[in-house]
Design a protein around this ligand. Structure first.
Ligand code: NAD
Length: 226
């Protein structure tokens, strides 16, 4: 089951596909974008063991050969060092201008890989497969990409729109309560910023807070969920 939202930006327009089971049907969405049946996936070491094998199997089943680079999870990966590693790997792999790079992960991977795609050969196309709630509702859409420097967050980057966003909500099942709530906070913000009906809907359908607090804990959250 899925829904598609078209982002209209003239020649840079793209689809955001939201739904369940999108890992399995990824080749149906990605194949029409390909000039040759190969893709390069960049992901990280928390998401990879949970979701990469399924994506690779689905791509192979669909006749697409994947190669993968697995980086460390965490904000520190949005850095010059991992940008260099990613770009050099893509060059080692002889990725051409017509090829597609896939960012499989949360906002960290989406921002880093989007920026690598923006500067590689002066711009290659990329597909966002956001795996965190925050990335699905926010960072994977809009084309803001970049890395942090010692001067601060997101100080170096580029606007580079994805060619496709595949937001498979099944991926959220493996998120820690802490990371789920981090994304949910962003969702609540959309309601608070000017959509009262949406905010009411969230209140009506909110998870049972005592249960969430038991899993997350008001203070020990960081200890239990990291
Ligand atoms: N480009 C934009 O418009 C934009 C907007 C908002 C935030 N951001 C950026 O996004 C980043 C934050 O995003 P984030 O919260 O997704 O961070 P993240 O990528 O670090 O993910 C958060 C944690 O969730 C884990 N994770 C992700 N998907 C998982 C899954 N399916 N199962 C289990 N664990 C999973 C990750 O390993 C990590 O530990 C920041 O760097 C921020 O600057 C960018």
């Amino acid at each position: 089951m899925s829904a598609t939202v078209r982002v209209n930006l003239n020649e840079r327009s793209y689809d955001v596909v939201i739904g369940t089971g999108l890992m399995g049907t990824a080749p149906d969405h990605i194949a029409p974008l390909l000039k040759r049946p190969r893709v390069w996936i960049v992901t990280e070491d928390r998401v990879a063991p949970l979701h990469l094998p399924r994506l690779e199997a689905a791509l192979r089943e669909g006749g697409i050969t994947p190669a993968a680079l697995i980086l460390p999870a965490g904000e520190g990966t949005k850095s010059w060092a991992y940008l260099t590693q990613t770009v050099e790997w893509l060059l080692d792999e002889r990725v051409e201008r017509g090829d597609i790079v896939i960012a499989l992960g949360g906002g960290v991977i989406g921002d880093l890989v989007g920026f690598a795609a923006a500067i590689l050969r002066r711009g290659v196309r990329f597909v966002q497969m956001p795996s965190s709630l925050l990335a699905q509702v926010d960072s994977s859409v809009g084309g803001k990409t970049g890395i942090n420097t010692r001067h601060g967050k997101n100080l170096v980057g580029a606007f580079h729109q994805p060619s496709l966003v595949l937001a498979d909500i099944d991926l959220l099942d493996t998120l820690s309560p802490r990371d789920f709530l981090a994304g949910y906070g962003e969702v609540v913000k959309y309601g608070l910023l000017g959509d009262a009906a949406f905010f009411d809907r969230l209140e009506d359908h909110a998870p049972p807070w005592p249960q969430v607090m038991r899993r997350c804990g008001p203070r020990p959250c960081a200890a239990r969920c990291r």
